[in-house]
Design a protein around this ligand. Structure first.
Ligand code: SF4
Ligand code: SF4
Length: 93
């Protein structure tokens, strides 16, 4: 069983930045920039693994609804909502 760091790296590293996930995300447009959408959050999660912390990172990750709508569009089959959940765990640790 992988730990949250291993899961984030294994999943998020497969992002090819295609953006197919973004139109399905209900928080991207109101958020105002890509950090409030799945592509941004997946890549922010990788920064969290590297130890990066900021108020903006917390906001980006905690405004996700964990609805997993984005998961259905990802050609790399990343569990995006799972990545975000694990990144939150890392932020709280
Ligand atoms: S799980 Fe989060 S990132 Fe994915 S579509 Fe829902 S709100 Fe957006
Ligand atoms: S659909 Fe998947 S691979 Fe494409 S940008 Fe979104 S998370 Fe990355």
């Amino acid at each position: 069983m992988k730990n949250p760091i291993e899961r984030v790296v294994a999943e998020a590293s497969r992002c090819v930045y295609c953006g197919f996930c973004e139109p399905l995300c209900p928080t991207l447009r109101p958020g105002g920039h890509r950090g409030y959408g799945p592509r941004g959050r997946v890549n922010i999660a990788l920064l969290v693994v590297k130890g990066y912390r900021s108020e903006e990172v917390v906001k980006a990750l905690y405004t996700c609804l964990l609805c997993a709508a984005c998961n259905t569009a990802c050609p790399a089959r990343i569990d995006i909502a799972g990545v975000i959940r694990d990144a939150r765990t890392l932020l709280s640790g």
